[in-house]
Design a binder for this molecule. Structure first.
Ligand code: FE2
Length: 313
């Protein structure tokens, strides 16, 4: 199909904009330690006492701190004095066919200027329809038309924020008959076309693999490794005939196993965090979960080192 001159100019301009995004931004360069947890209001009183923790950084839900001057923001500012922070959104609606809400982006930009996160992320999903925000992350169909729309959305967001964003793979409970590629192919194409980063949620890969009957390692092996900027670990709930991504339980052993096997495909020093959003336990339980991740990573490095010395001998 012949492209019009307008389309040609638009594509040329996008290429220039993408180049600028890639050239200017190194969002992770300030983070030296990699183990984090989600900041949840249940832990505000404890954290405001400034305890010694095993935590290197916190992930915050962007929308909880956008457009607010109340207690959540004052707690965040206090925590930000001591810890690096990543902003993780649930409302950008990257899969929206009508583009990204301008006001949402403006509010997010203001939050970013205020807390200077080392990473900004959201989901490969949609939840905004003509200004009505749905409270679920809805998957997108994996086909070319959708890929073009989301590419345009990510380009717009990255150009507006002047930084790369990381896009997270979500858990899903249905898929579309119109999809013509796998989730993994779709995500890889998005990375290639926009230069965005990836937030790899190991629990979501496991949940989808069980719900849709595929090998989770096929997903991990095929993802563009160099773009992985963060890892999520969380607990699902077994509903009997499907797995539900509730973030209401400890990380399941099967997900720890997948995490351990995946380490061979994940660059070193990628920030790793525990998500726990329902039935939030005391803070020390999050530290315990994070320490399990630490041990697994350490074991992985030891095994790699042993393999290297064996091959040298
Ligand atoms: Fe996640």
């Amino acid at each position: 199909m012949q492209r019009t001159r307008l389309e040609g100019n638009f594509r040329k301009r996008l290429c220039i904009e993408r180049w600028k995004v890639r050239k200017i931004l190194k969002p992770l360069e300030h983070l030296t330690s990699i183990y984090g947890v989600g900041l949840r209001r249940e832990h505000y009183p404890y954290l405001l006492e400034k305890p010694d923790t095993d935590i290197d950084w916190f992930e915050v839900i962007s929308e909880n701190y956008m457009n607010t001057e109340g207690r959540p923001m004052s707690v965040l500012e206090s925590i930000r004095k001591d810890y690096p922070v990543a902003c993780h959104g649930v409302g950008m609606s990257l899969g929206s066919a009508t583009g990204i809400d301008r006001k949402y982006l403006k509010d997010l930009k203001r939050l970013i200027e205020r807390v200077e996160p080392f990473l900004v992320s959201d989901h490969l999903a949609w939840n905004d329809r003509n200004g009505i925000r749905l409270h679920e992350l809805i998957p997108v169909p994996y086909h070319e038309e959708c890929l073009e729309a989301i590419t345009k959305n990510i380009d717009n967001v990255q150009n507006e924020l002047h930084r790369q964003i990381a896009v997270e793979n979500i858990s899903a409970y249905f898929n579309y008959t119109s999809s013509s590629m796998s989730e993994c192919e779709f995500v890889s194409q998005l990375v290639r076309r926009t230069g965005c980063l990836l937030l790899l949620d190991i629990n979501n890969i496991y949940v989808n693999a069980k719900n849709f009957h595929f090998d989770p390692m096929d997903f991990v092996r095929s993802i563009p490794k160099e773009s992985i900027a963060q890892i999520h670990l969380a607990g699902f709930t077994d509903m009997g005939n499907f797995l539900f991504d509730t973030h209401a339980e400890p990380v399941h052993q099967e997900v720890w196993n997948l995490f351990e096997t995946s380490l061979a495909y994940i660059p070193e020093n990628v920030p790793i965090m525990i998500e726990w959003d329902e039935d939030v336990p005391e803070f020390y339980r999050l530290e315990e979960e994070l320490n399990k991740a630490r041990k697994i990573v350490k074991r992985g490095h030891k095994n790699e080192a042993e393999k290297t010395s064996e091959s040298v001998l």
